[in-house]
Write a protein that binds this ligand. Structure first.
Ligand SMILES: N[C@@H](CCC(=O)N[C@@H](CS)C(=O)NCC(=O)O)C(=O)O
Length: 242
């Protein structure tokens, strides 16, 4: 097992921005404390008070926050980049492959994670929104990008290179987004039409660990809570089928 200082990952009781980091620690056998802050929908609304405690929520008063020994690191992308270097992954990749790793993370985070979360939150945020039209538009963009990622990962030979090295942050984020895509958009995600991504999803070296973690703690993708999110997802699928 890799020797590290004490690690705590603090995030809400949701998959959200932290789930790929949870997968990463589990797949790599890295001991850490998975501190999950209850969502307000659970009835225990501890966040407003915690949010004022900079020692726990970091410089921007948001989560996730990583404690790594005596260091506090905020911002999801920065946490991922920090772990990639601190745990020796960057040293295992060539300059070119480090760039590819970062590019894939950046694209998935900005153009897949964020739009899907925005769709799930949209009705609460934008009063009077034409939600079905918004869903179709957002889904079209995300699905289009997945086609581009399919082509790029095939060109990069990602499936083969991923088999020859430890599970890295980009692998965890990619698997999570492929899972979330299907969870939210159902069969409309049409993953079967994307052979490289289908294969990466089915044969990712971390898959068994990721699935075990998900099954152990079924949680919503966003902070809306399981019940509210399930209802929204049901409607999203209806709009896309119509
Ligand atoms: N730019 C930050 C955004 C973090 C963020 O917005 N976190 C949300 C949860 S996903 C949060 O802490 N929300 C509570 C709040 O803002 O009060 C990142 O990428 O990590």
């Amino acid at each position: 097992m890799t020797q590290t200082p004490a690690i705590t990952l603090r995030y809400f009781e949701a998959r959200g921005r932290a789930q790929p980091l949870r997968y990463y620690f589990a797949a790599r056998g890295i001991a850490y404390t998975d501190e999950r802050v209850p969502l307000s929908s659970s009835g225990k609304n501890v966040w407003p008070e915690m949010k004022e405690d900079r020692s726990r929520v970091g410089p921007f008063h948001k989560l996730p926050v990583l404690r790594y020994g005596d260091r506090t690191i905020a911002e999801t992308l920065v946490i991922g980049e920090f772990l990639h270097r601190a745990l020796g992954d960057a040293a295992l990749l060539s300059d070119e492959n480090n760039l590819r790793h970062s590019m894939l993370i950046s694209s998935l985070y900005s153009d897949v994670v964020t739009p899907i979360a925005t769709v799930l939150w949209a009705e609460a945020v934008y009063v009077g929104l034409d939600f079905p039209a918004f869903v179709r538009q957002a889904f079209g963009r995300v699905r289009g990008l997945m086609g581009r990622i399919e082509q790029t990962l095939a060109e990069w030979g990602w499936t083969v290179s991923a088999r020859g090295r430890p599970v890295m942050i980009a692998d965890c984020l990619l698997w999570e987004e492929l899972d979330v895509l299907q969870h939210v958009f159902g069969e409309q995600a049409r993953l079967d039409e994307l052979p490289t991504l289908s294969r990466l999803y089915a044969e990712s070296p971390g898959r068994a660990v990721f699935q075990k973690l998900l099954a152990a703690r079924p949680e919503p993708v966003t902070g809306r809570g399981l019940a509210a999110e399930a209802e929204i997802i049901g409607r999203i699928r209806t709009y896309l089928a119509g």
